[in-house]
Design a protein around this ligand. Structure first.
Ligand SMILES: Nc1nc2c(c(=O)[nH]1)N[C@H]1C(S)=C(S)[C@@H](COP(=O)(O)O)O[C@H]1N2
Ligand SMILES: [Mo]
Length: 302
């Protein structure tokens, strides 16, 4: 059943309701009241002038199958997820394996804003102003041991709070993984907010991964466990369909999905007539991350 599809246009695609003009107001209000521990560097424009999607686009058009497979299901259903208290177990090849309370993590980290492109494997895209901290900082807090080669992540599994997990769309809990050097890369973010507000449940509260040069499914939501290992961990979409979803899942316009092209993408919120735009190698982060894959055949290792 684990099929993916390019969803059809909905009213939201045609009429983005919250306009970008509201952004500064949203930011101003949110920074005052969000309870984020600190915002380093303040607000800044994205380096290449990326214009973020509206808060509405980002929080109403989601993939979070634990709450249903429709794009509006997560926004409708994810309010049932209890996100306080929350803790994250850091396990495996670390010096300080422990269950860390969410608040202790937040207090130890520096929260900054990162405006990133976000590209789903289904060939739609957005630009999201995340708030969060570098995963490397959290891993360094736990102390990565020399034998560690991979980082595995696990989403909460709560049948009482997650109406979607009664369907075997994927094997639950949702799991993902990165190579250690990918996990330690400065672009790899643990997001705690969007537009300066605490991250909504449908976007993966209270803590989700964001790996901007990979297809969106690598960016696992509502993380409860992080495990450092010496062997490549299983990942949900790869388990569901290894012929369609590889371990790396780097955005690559030259490697098509078996059922559709990845050469272009549909920007969400652009309006009915906005058309498609070309997909960029590593989703536009080639200068930063290509070095991670020197010598790796990107076609043989999708
Ligand atoms: N636990 C979990 N994480 C998940 C998913 C999911 O279904 N469950 N969907 C993935 C996919 S396919 C995408 S495109 C992104 C969507 O993130 P967004 O809803 O914040 O845009 O979340 C990813 N993380
Ligand atoms: Mo996705």
């Amino acid at each position: 059943m684990a099929n993916r599809w390019i969803s059809t246009l909905t009213k939201k695609d045609v009429t983005p309701e919250a306009s970008f003009l509201n952004r500064r107001q949203i930011m101003a209000g949110a920074l005052a009241g969000a309870g984020l521990s600190s915002i380093a560097g303040g607000l800044h424009a994205a380096p290449d002038g990326l214009e973020p999607n509206s808060y509405e686009d980002i929080t109403q058009y989601n993939n979070y199958y634990e709450f249903g497979t429709g794009k509006s299901d997560p926004a409708e259903n994810a309010h049932t997820l209890t996100t306080t208290p929350w803790s994250v177990e850091i396990a495996g090849l670390v010096d300080k394996p422990a269950t860390y309370a969410m608040q202790d993590i937040i207090d130890a980290m520096t929260i900054e804003e990162r405006i990133y492109r976000f590209r789903c494997v289904e060939a739609w895209s957005m630009v999201v102003p995340w708030n969060g901290f570098e995963l490397a900082d959290l891993l360094n807090l736990a102390g990565v041991q020399s034998g560690a080669k991979y980082v595995a992540f696990e989403t909460a599994f709560r049948p009482d709070e997650m109406p979607g997990v009664k369907y075997p769309v994927l094997e639950w809990p949702y799991v993902e993984a990165l190579r250690l050097d990918e996990a330690m890369h400065p672009l790899t973010l643990m997001a705690t907010g969007i537009y300066g507000k605490p991250i909504p449940n449908q976007n993966g509260a209270p803590l989700r991964l964001v790996v901007p040069w990979k297809y969106g499914y690598k960016s696992i939501k509502s993380i409860v466990r992080i495990t450092l290992t010496d062997t490549q961990p299983p990942t949900s979409w790869n388990k569901a369909n290894p012929g369609e979803y590889g371990f790396y899942s780097n955005v690559n316009p030259d490697v098509s999905h078996p059922r559709w092209s990845q050469a272009s993408e549909r920007p969400i919120g652009g309006g009915l007539f906005a058309g498609r735009q070309p997909t960029l190698m590593f989703n536009g982060y080639e200068d930063e991350v290509a070095g991670l894959y020197a010598g790796l055949d990107l076609v043989a290792n999708p």
